[in-house]
Design a binder for this molecule. Sequence first.
Ligand code: ACM
Length: 539
Amino acid sequence: MKRNSLLKSILIFTAVLAITACEQEKNKVINFPKTDLAMENMIPMPLKVNASNSAFGLDQNTVIHTSPNMEEFHEVGEYLSEKIKWQTQLDIAVNDIQNTSSNRVIFIKQLDENTPSNKEAYELTILQDSIILSSTTAEGAFRGVQTLRQLIPETSNDTLSDTEMWLIPSGEIADHPNFEYRGAMLDVARHFFSVKDVKKYIDLLAYYKINSLHLHLTDDQGWRIEIKSWPKLTEVGGSTEVGGGPGGFYTQEDYKELVAYAASQYITIIPEVDMPGHTNAASLAYPFLNGNGKKVEPYTGIDVGFSTFDTRKDTVYAFIDDVVREISEMTPGPYFHAGGDESLVTKKDDFNYFISRVDKIVKKYDKRMIGWDEIVHADIDTTAIAQFWSNEENAKIAVEKGMKVILSPGKKAYLDMKYDTVSKYGLHWAGYIPVDTAYIWSPEYYIKGVNKENILGVEAPLWSETITNMEELEYLAFPRVIGHAEIGWSTEENRDWENYKVRLGNQTPFLDRMNVKYYPSELIEWKKQTLPIKPRLKD
Ligand code: ACM
């Protein structure tokens, strides 16, 4: 053998040895400690959980693969990788064809589209060397990714192998939601919340599998969405808010950005233009709309029920047509919320006539109308949806008419009710709602005669009369909105306060990492912080 080729052989041999040693290190049998999948901090509780008492070690050798040629699945993989990095600092490659040697794989797999299944259903199989997340849709995979995120422990284990490992308990999960519609509502009219704030709320809601964000865009105190054909709505109507602050509004570009951001997390934006009452800001901008016979002045108080559109003028409907058209064009979701609550100075006949005409306009732009429960008295199509908030009779009428109902009972689901008499923010007209009261109820049994098949879903509204910024929003919404997410997703059999409150206490690391200023209810034993994160401002 010539000297050169001898040298070459030695080099190759050494390289092979090094690679083999590395492979052996990667493949070394690891004695995972026993874990129990059912004991983790999953919220909402999945439908079926089977623990197999071992673990998948998430580490730097892990890779993510997604079904080939499925862009949406690839995006879900990228999202998972980003969230893993956010929590663990690990850089996990997605569909990296160079890296075929990794022995730890998270595979996000599309099931045959013809498999009959709920579009948000997913299955997770967690083994020692692989995690398989499967779903017929990317939406289902996205929901499954939230479960997976919740299973990654806050701290890593560095005694099992040479690499730091986050032990994900092994087992199988098969899951789908109990209700199709699981919403939160944010009132950006009484006080305005920026695009950045709403995006943060979206991030938090997605983690708990909420799929609809209803934006209450207009009210007496402010009009918050740019309508190009009626510019004074925002120029004039956008400049007021409760307490006299500067108000604000979303340009159409802002709104589109929010819609797209929500869609990237499989959340549908539902725009609400509240009418014929709650319309002082619109009438301030265009006084011809006003139907209460009084001069319109800017309004920054918190009373309700004094404003109304003029329901008998065709020009009012021409205006509404433009508003519904412009908003619908920017809204890919199937719904348009037309309000309809507390129109106390609109005559009954005028109100019903109005709602019926608005329903037709909404349909003209290919949307389904949602309205607060008062709308059920109008002659409307059964495709319209009644959002129950206070009057049970209205919910029953909706069912008799064949309409679907969204349940937002003020006494349970209103996030703006105070927790107790010493709460810093909130109102209490529907009562005080501590964290357990908000959690302990079942949509299926809340109103006699309004059964599972009549219920589209649940929604937790957050009215903003008493809150002016994100910290105050978070105080009222968290932790109660987390419980509502479970009520919407998990079956009655899988919900139990004693079990839930432990899982809720385990949310602290996530909430702190997200810098959420939640209300630290004494009913909950909040898990101690384990990471050096900025101190949370307790009240
Ligand atoms: C409402 O709380 N006025 C729907």
